[in-house]
Write a protein that binds this ligand. Sequence first.
Ligand code: NAP
Length: 158
Amino acid sequence: MNLIVAVDENWAIGRGGDQLVYISADLKRFKALTTGHPVILGRKTLATFPGGRPLKNRRNLILSATPGYTVEGAEIYPDLNSLLASAPEDAFVIGGESVYRALLDKCDTAYVTKILSSFPADRYFPDLDAHPDWAVAEQSEVLEEDGISFQYVTYRKN
Ligand SMILES: NC(=O)c1ccc[n+]([C@@H]2O[C@H](COP(=O)([O-])OP(=O)(O)OC[C@H]3O[C@@H](n4cnc5c(N)ncnc54)[C@H](OP(=O)(O)O)[C@@H]3O)[C@@H](O)[C@H]2O)c1
């Protein structure tokens, strides 16, 4: 499986139930990479989407153990085993922290947007630069939007 995440310099990914910052070029890239592939996410990340609705043109596999929780247009899985039994190899793990941590070992490619600033945060992704199993495979030049510098870095599992 793949994962896709936007991190700041401290590998922070969220605060107060939302993203740290929205970069429109990065959102377009996220759409281009994930469209046509299943996406795997936690209930709290789904709640950050407009109207709390699933992403279009993708199977949305949501992890939630909340009894009776349903979402039109999404598949709900109450635990990792049932999710993994239904998740194809081309799926993208799209967050949040709890889901990234639970499924990192099942992924072999990580599409990381590195935001070259730091923000107050309460959710983090594991530092892949310090992780013995992961190495940088590709990286873009440094890009900029609205004064925010960022870079696309692809990691592969060794
Ligand atoms: N920067 C990025 O790229 C990025 C991407 C995505 C999200 N985020 C940020 O990450 C934050 C959300 O992360 P989070 O960790 O708080 O929430 P989350 O992972 O999105 O969702 C957590 C919920 O998912 C369900 N869940 C997770 N693991 C489960 C398991 N093994 N079995 C059953 N259900 C499971 C539970 O739902 P129930 O409580 O219903 O059981 C849990 O409360 C937000 O700030 C968001 O903006 C950032």
